[in-house]
Design a protein around this ligand. Structure first.
Ligand code: NAP
Length: 471
């Protein structure tokens, strides 16, 4: 495919190959942008920002609403593209397309709701005759940088609220998965978005990231990706607004009074979806001593029976990881843990990028499978003696994106909600659950700022205060 900059679909001699992670087959190529392409895109977006700021909220609503409708009409094509470039199963891809359309729908609504506040200024001493209100205005140019694992919905979580707020957008999708983002741009244009308002630059983040993030014409950066790159962007961004949606090693705690069937169901759903490549995947399970063995026994046959294979085949319940090198890393970390005393319950090996669903016990916090973000289909089980110890173990992490607890005791559940340092807390489900309207974002090294269109649109706009000095 071509990339879309300065109002035109364009090619370059130098390209990036996009491959199917299961077969290794090249499915398409995209241009490899340079810093001068970034400059051209931003220059164009300066005018785009003026056009978008002048566009009435209702018109922005209509474009985004129509985009959602057209995404649904083209769902099969979008899903096949997503599945082929990312490796998620077709079922997972169709689900992502549906969520993405919802994200655009929710964003459309926000275009009509950008309000302000009446300020009772006469409450200040000596302010008689003063009246005031606030209003929200677009940031101008929003740079959206997105990861590979939800190549469509995470793009929608940035583009939707940015356009709803009246901004122009420069999008840089992940190099492994740029195709669905480019197809989304075509849909936006077909839905009536002025070409000035959007660019989609494909190219290596390492090569063009600085040109995007240091440019003073960009007023807002919304980044989803790894903690290392996020921190680098924060260091170089200068005086811009930034939203950082970063990684985690999310925990699931099981207390003795848990509904065990639901624990098994939630673990399977929250640890192995998208081959464990979800920022809120269950990576650590912390199980109280009394039920530890029965939880592991119940999980083992279910994890073993998960069918991993070609993501485009109906029978596959889990597809490959994005790259063979990532599957090799997960395999290494599991082997390292076993070498340090962990017990392999099932899985642990791979065929190229296809990592077997894996369960290990006797895990400890000095093992990489517990301490670092694993981002793969493996769960490391640890024991705890008490709720206090379990909460301490949960918080013994630099990350804080999402955490789950299973208990029927309201006091334990509320204690977990209060004391766990995490942006999302789930009671009686795993950490991996999200509906797109809710506020979503991490604490600590998992980032700052919230997504969910109602919240993201606040981050994509600035507040002005207006004071009327009546006589
Ligand atoms: P990544 O390697 O950090 O890449 C994310 C994006 O940043 C890609 O578009 C990448 O481009 C770009 N990039 C790379 N170097 C850059 C630089 N120097 N300056 C600017 N941009 C640069 O992450 P990933 O492997 O794609 O995604 C996995 C990570 O995302 C995990 O850590 C996961 O937890 C996190 N994530 C977080 C959330 C959340 O909501 N909190 C959601 C999903 C994923 P290239 O592809 O060209 O390198």
């Amino acid at each position: 495919m071509q990339f879309f900059i300065a109002g035109q679909w364009q090619s370059r001699d130098s390209v990036i190959e996009v491959t199917n992670p299961y077969s290794g087959e090249v499915i398409d190529t995209v241009p490899k942008a340079t810093a001068s392409d970034v400059d051209a895109a931003i220059e164009f977006a300066v005018r785009g920002a003026e056009v978008m700021a002048a566009m009435p909220g209702y018109d922005r609503f209509v474009i985004l609403r129509k985009t959602a409708d057209m995404m649904r009409q083209r769902a099969d094509d979008l899903a096949r593209t997503l599945s082929s470039e990312e490796g998620k199963t077709l079922r997972e891809a169709l689900f992502e397309v549906d969520r993405s359309a919802q994200t655009m729908e929710l964003s459309a609504e926000e275009a009509k709701r950008l309000g302000g506040e009446y300020l009772p200024l006469d409450g200040g001493k000596g302010t008689q005759g003063k009246m005031g209100f606030t209003m929200r205005v677009p940031c101008g140019i929003v740079a959206a940088i997105t990861p590979f694992n939800f190549p469509l919905n995470l793009v929608c979580h940035k583009i939707g609220p940015a356009l709803a707020g009246g901004n122009a957008v420069v999008l840089k999708p992940a190099s492994d998965t740029p195709l669905s983002a480019l197809k989304l741009v075509q849909i936006l244009l077909d839905a009536g978005l002025p070409p000035l308002a959007i660019s989609c630059i494909t190219g290596s983040g390492a090569a063009i990231g600085d040109a995007i993030c240091t440019d003073r014409r960009v007023r807002k950066i919304s980044f989803t990706g790894s903690q290392e790159i996020g921190e680098r962007i924060c260091r170089i961004a200068g005086l811009k607004k930034v939203t950082m949606e970063l990684g985690s090693n999310s925990p699931l705690v099981v207390l003795p009074d848990a509904d065990m069937d639901k624990v098994v169901q939630a673990t399977l759903a929250s640890a192995f979806s998208n081959a464990g490549q979800v920022c809120i995947s269950t990576q650590r399970m912390i199980v109280l001593d009394r039920v530890h063995d029965s939880v592991v026994e119940a999980l083992k046959p279910k994890v073993e029976s998960l069918v991993a294979g070609d993501q485009l085949h109906d029978a596959s319940q889990m597809g490959p990881m994005i790259r063979e090198s990532d599957a090799a890393r997960v395999e290494d970390w599991v082997q390292e843990a076993v070498g340090m005393g962990a017990k392999l319950v099932c899985g642990g090996s791979r065929n190229k990028a296809l990592m077997q669903p894996t369960l290990i016990t006797n895990a400890r916090s000095d093992m990489k499978v517990v301490r670092e973000e694993l981002f793969g289909p493996a769960v490391a089980v640890q024991r705890a003696e008490s709720v206090t110890e379990a909460i301490r173990m949960v918080n013994d992490s630099r990350y804080g994106l999402s955490a789950g607890v299973f208990t029927r005791d309201i006091d334990s559940a509320m204690r977990f909600a209060r004391e766990v340092h995490s942006g999302n807390i789930h009671i009686n489900w795993g950490p991996m659950w999200r509906t797109d309207l809710m506020p979503y974002g991490g604490l600590k090294d998992s980032g700052h700022g919230k997504e969910g269109p109602k919240y993201a649109v606040q981050e994509m706009t600035e507040m002005k205060t207006v004071v009327i000095h009546t006589s």
